[in-house]
Design a protein around this ligand. Structure first.
Ligand code: BES
Ligand code: MG
Ligand code: ZN
Length: 497
């Protein structure tokens, strides 16, 4: 769908040609100067008369009225040139992407060099263009008798630039967007249509597509291994639980294996400690961590970085049948530690406990778990920032750096000793799964950390960021696919540490 072209952008016939417009009174630079000339100076006139906006994130549609072969320009406001950042550029490009979707453009193009600055070079712009367009084209599937599926979609997108080395950046940006969209699709799927068995099937499809090894543990095998924590949560559901494992070996000679663990709770009713009914329907997104891991594997499978990855997804529902887990029950985890279940709604940390232990048993030497783990993280950080907890500074730095590169904001929470002590407040078991309201996101994270033990580990609580309740330029209401890109970037950056 994406083509790079060094030919004249003014000869191509497109429904929309996207251009970047910086603030200021300086005369237009190439390639806009040439464009202006072809339009008899209209572009600079419009800019002078403030009909053409340059405020960051605005898009002005200018019809070429026969002066160009293309039908219209989409001029993207970029603000002050020296203040443009990658994140601002991603957002602004998405504004143009949204117009492309809304106007059902099938044949678009971009004048890439009009976005380049001293700090953001053509290759980075290429990556961001491809990523932003892919993200903003994502559409929510619905199940209405008359569905919302558009008949017309972007078919071809031409990137005009002097640079000849752009195809790699475009490919990378596109797959980053599409991997995120895969995660969004899974998150948005209703719980009855995405059970643990369905999630396992999705993993199998990914494995076939990219040549990963895939293994799915069934209940009987979990019983044999002693995955008492995952089984305890699953005991209340009629849907069989799955422990899903994907293996990617991109560097056989290396001993390090990055373990990505994603919470795959396909529906969280809270169990006997039942949730209020008001927003319970949203709890289909409690598999956002699993979606992030699968989205990342889609990116990794396409780009094939030289690194070994183990993806582990514990998957079950948290339901309330006659054999459901009860408050006060004591369960034994795969690691041997016992847990007193004070609250059956604190189920995420239980299934992650066994998944983290299993990942270690299978050879993971660095761990990241991603989970919609606590409502408390939203109280602390809102819905735009992911909360992080770690047992290892350097590994945390790696993850934070990757998240800064992908624009997925992440903030570290403290993990001082008193927080860990709060987990040891059961008289009859090693751990208490719900030590109270104080510092809820930290204690939840550190509970998982108890099972990581000495293995470098980072926990990402995406309860706030996995779901957006307002549409943005980058995507509609619903699943965001957050952390698919950050996990993939950690894998791509691997060689650095
Ligand atoms: N899946 C929820 C966390 C959650 C809440 C995700 C809201 C997305 C939106 C998790 O399993 C949960 O219920 N956590 C409890 C923990 C408490 C019982 C210690 C919570 O946050 O209330
Ligand atoms: Mg819960
Ligand atoms: Zn949950």
């Amino acid at each position: 769908m994406y083509y790079v072209s060094q030919s004249s952008p003014f000869e191509g016939t497109h429904e929309a040609l996207i251009i970047g417009m910086f603030e200021g009174n300086k005369p237009l630079q190439e390639p806009l100067a040439e464009l202006d000339k072809r339009m008899n100076g209209h572009l600079s006139t419009l800019k002078k008369e403030k009909q053409l906006r340059t405020k960051l994130g605005t898009v002005t549609e200018i019809f070429s009225l026969g002066l160009l072969k293309s039908r219209a320009l989409y001029a993207v406001g970029l603000g002050k040139k020296e203040e443009l950042t990658e994140e601002k550029l991603r957002q602004s490009l998405a504004a143009a992407g949204k117009k492309i979707r809304e106007h059902r453009i099938t044949n678009g193009a971009v004048l890439l060099d009009s976005f380049v600055t001293e700090k953001i070079l053509a290759e980075q712009v290429g990556f961001l263009v491809a990523e932003a367009i892919a993200l903003s084209l994502y559409q929510l599937a619905d199940y209405k008798e008359k569905t919302n599926e558009v008949e017309k979609e972007l078919q071809s997108f031409t990137v005009y630039s002097k640079s000849t080395q752009l195809s790699d950046a475009l490919k990378r940006g596109k797959v980053y967007g599409e991997g995120t969209n895969l995660a969004r699709g899974l998150v948005n799927t209703p719980g009855n249509m995405l059970t643990p068995s369905d999630l396992a099937d999705e993993a199998r499809k990914l494995a076939v597509r990219h040549g990963f090894k895939v293994e799915v543990l069934e209940r009987a095998e979990m019983e044999k291994l002693g995955m008492g924590a995952l089984l305890a949560v699953a005991s209340g559901s009629d849907q069989p639980p799955k422990m899903i494992v994907l293996t990617y070996e991109g560097a056989k000679e290396q001993k390090d294996v990055l373990g990505f663990v994603g919470k795959g709770l396909t529906f969280d009713s809270g169990g006997i400690s039942i949730k209020p009914s008001q927003s319970m329907h949203e709890m289909k997104y409690d598999m956002g961590g699993a979606a992030a891991v699968l989205g990342a594997m889609e990116i990794i499978g396409t780009l094939k970085p030289e690194v070994n990855i183990l993806a582990v997804i514990p998957s079950t529902e948290n339901m309330i049948n006659g054999s459901a887990l009860k408050p006060g029950d004591v369960i034994r985890s795969l690691a041997g530690k016992t847990i007193e279940v004070r609250n059956t709604d604190a189920e995420g940390r239980l299934i992650l406990a066994d998944a983290v232990t299993y990942a270690k048993q299978l050879g993971a030497t660095y761990l990241i778990d991603v989970a919609t783990l606590t409502g408390a993280v939203m109280v602390a950080l809102g819905d735009c920032t992911t909360g992080a907890v770690t047992n290892n500074e350097e590994w945390m730095e790696e993850v934070l750096e990757a998240s800064a590169e992908t624009g997925e904001w992440t903030w570290r929470l403290p993990s001082y000793e008193p927080y860990r002590e709060m987990l040891k407040t059961s008289d009859i078991a090693d751990l208490n799964n719900a030590p109270g309201r104080l510092a809820g996101s930290i204690t939840a994270g550190l509970f998982v950390g108890e099972f990581a033990e000495d293995t470098p580990w980072v926990h990402l609580d995406i309860a706030g960021t996995a779901w957006q309740s307002k549409a943005t330029n980058l995507g509609p209401i619903g699943g965001t696919g957050v952390m698919a890109r950050t996990l993939a970037r950690v894998a791509e950056n691997y060689k650095r540490f």
